[in-house]
Design a protein around this ligand. Sequence first.
Ligand SMILES: Nc1ncnc2c1ncn2[C@@H]1O[C@H](COP(=O)(O)OP(=O)(O)O)[C@@H](O)[C@H]1O
Ligand SMILES: [Mg+2]
Length: 361
Amino acid sequence: MHVTRLSIRDLRRLAEVDVTPGPALNLLVGGNGAGKTSVLEALHLMAYGRSFRGRVRDGLIRTGAAALEVYVEWSERPQPRERRAGLRHGGQSWQGRVDGQPVAQLGDLCAALAVVSFEPGSHALVSGGGEPRRRFVDWGLFHVEPKFLALWRRYGRALKQRNALLKSGAPTDQLDVWDRELALAGEPLTRFREDYLERLQPVLAATVARIAPMLGTATLAYQPGWRRGELGLEDALLLSRERDRLLGHTGVGPHRADWRVDFASAPNREPLSRGQSKLAALACLLAQASDYAARRGEWPVMLFDDLASELDAGHRQRVLSLLREGEAQVFVTATDWPAGMEAAGSDLRLFHVEQGVLTPA
Ligand SMILES: Nc1ncnc2c1ncn2[C@@H]1O[C@H](COP(=O)(O)OP(=O)(O)O)[C@@H](O)[C@H]1O
Ligand SMILES: [Mg+2]
């Protein structure tokens, strides 16, 4: 997947950007506050319907502007196809279009463009709360399992209903109906997630061996969100019903699922250092992208914000050569020309970023 055109309007300090990225490595160099991260943020927005740093109301729209807009054109393989998508936020809600058609739900937009981002907050994937980890697994499934999105939505709707009924003190028979519905969606959803992590495991092991061998063998373990070894989801929901009534929400189920990654280098589950967490998160993201490539026939677009401050030159080089072999399109931001970029060879396209303006070098 290669972005062939990126236009941004009124996102943070970027008033108007219109660039033609190269198919391989794109390096965005500029001083602090120049707007580099915001360019990656635009691509991330298109692919996830959310930013990796903060909500819309925390200043995503440029000060003084009424709306932000992102427009992306990209080409897909292995069946060659040119695609385009637009995204707009006018302060109230998102509006999206894919290939000329308005999308009913942002999820439809997110299913179109595949982007994997590694940025300074990415270590949260291994060291933070469960939400980014659930999103990680679901992203992998959205893109490779056509049936997953419908299940995921069905589960989300049922959960909302059950929570509303719990809050309103609804009678038992009404809750029975929604427990059943949650189980009908949640059980297969859980199997999808479990299978996904199982499939990812060898890919992750190979990725760690290649980019961060000092971490040792990686193992992934899925926690379904209820005592699945003992109970079906419907029974688990019934058992927790009284407690859920008191809490006013559903305390068990796939929305509480999590997974963990353990490394042979930390056999007693010693916490990873911050640097190790970053490498571990990076390995997970690369493994996910690599699995995507194996299933879809091409790599997602890869974003690396502030790569030089996140990784030393040796790791940078290993990551970039891995991506080059996969012929992935890569966007890297840096304040200075970072060492290790030689791995990109002659395919590098350089952009200078200054006061919100991108200039191809
Ligand atoms: N809503 C906004 N309107 C105008 N400028 C903004 C807005 N939000 C952030 N900025 C400015 O954008 C710059 C940050 O851009 P960023 O993409 O993080 O730069 P870089 O990654 O190059 O350091 C800062 O100068 C900040 O003041
Ligand atoms: Mg930045």
